[in-house]
Ligand binder design. Sequence first.
Ligand code: SIN
Length: 562
Amino acid sequence: MMIPRYLVSFDTGQIPNLFCDVLVIGSGVAGLSTAHSLSHFCDAMLVTKAGLKDSNTNHAQGGIAAVLDEHDSFESHIRDTLLAGAGLSDPVATQVLVTEGPSRVVELLRDYHAKFDMRDEHFDFAREGGHSCSRVVHARGDATGSEVETALSRAVIDENKVKIIEGAFAVDLLMDGKVARGCLVFDSKGKLIAIWSKFVILASGGTGMIYLVTTNPRVSTGDGLAVAFRAGARISDVEFVQFHPTALHIPEEPKFLISEALRGRGAFIVDVEGNRIMEGIHPLLDLAPRDVVASRMFEVMKEERKNHLYLETRHIDPILLRKEFPTIFQHCLEAGIDIRKMRIPVSPAAHYMSGGVVVDLDGQTDIPGLFACGEVSCTGVHGANRLASNSLLEGLVFSKRIAEYLENHVKDFTTSRYPRISFELDWRKPRFKLGLLRGNLREVMTDSVGMMRCEKGLKEAFEFFERNEEILQTEFMSVPGMELKNMFEVGMMVAMASYLRKETRGCHRRRDYPDVDDWNWKKHIDLKLEDGEICHEGRLTHHPGIDEVELKFVKGFAYGRD
Ligand code: SIN
């Protein structure tokens, strides 16, 4: 299957050209905090495909995990992160995350005036799955993401130093030879623009929309991952799609999240008869890592032929429920569920892409000039399964590192000459109904590449991709069309990595290979596009940096032959 280098035909000599020092793509915690830090020493521009606040960050409930309590320790947070990561987390990146995290949270409070929930002038800590103590800082009860997004966007808007373009869809990277020098953008008026820069930062978020049931907002269509992939960046660990155990099980899209912090306050998951499902499964019971809880739920749902279970909250102090979980309380009430009196119907939903574009400790990808940060990146900290509330933390820690790196490098770059680039897609007439194909793709991903996988299902997914490969050659001058092509490519990557990993680890679960196989699979699966073909490689976990790895990608992918 050939994947064209660009989504659309264009000629940068025929379209408007804009210039800046650093271009940031995305407006969640990673994009906003990078852009804000950059604006103190260079000319930063931020493009985002919808409004500034349309991001996954804005929906995050639980909070930010950080060692800020005297009874807690870095060792404990590192250990919990590595344990959740099931043998694939990078210990050096994890150490950076955990040790630099507390200062980033304090900066949010002190410099950005984020209002975290406090108790006696100290942070009020919540507990979430996989954490051995209460260390999750939160805001407005269960609206942490919204508080963080508001604080960061307020700083960016008030200081007015970052040029922001909303409704600007990042189509593809523009390269000068092998170096990233900007991005082709499709603006809100339906016009292509070339934005040239010395450096590009991808902070475009996750991929949840490739599944039918997801907690992610509609914008999470994996665009940044696909953009980096088409440009030839190394992508890793994409088989590790995390399913959050407790999304509200009512017909709405996206699914409303019922934060794990509620289980941290004593809520537990029960079947229809009221039996606790986590007893005897894991010592942390309902606060076991997400992969453990979600797969247990899946097992029980299958045994009992149900499509959901329940979260029991009725034993919790009703005043506390309303005070500490105002967003959940209100949303459930509006859906006819008074959580003081009724159990909450819940089922697992696609929540987080643990893998992404491989970066080093300064956020640099293997494409010179290209950095990545937040969910689109793979710093290595999440390994095979992200620990709860480590994602906002990762965005904060690594965005700061990127800004610090660029502060020392942006002035070295002096050229103002950028190449003229043109591309003609070998164009096919669209024969697809976008909405139908999108729905079909999401259904195939859910059925065959969802929480439980097996060779037969994965082959069905590949057959779907092959039957519809023409989409890759179809030119759509619309955001839904471009999103669909990105979702198609991301879906192929997830399916391919899931097929190759013949074991069960973290949030990748294979029915036909139910055990962890450290001997063969304690390694990362890297994917790369070369001459339009997907190539893959197994990279041992002990390699500490990108440069030291000798890449021997296997060209092409045959799912019947390996
Ligand atoms: C939650 O509040 O349960 C989600 C937090 C996270 O995804 O880390």
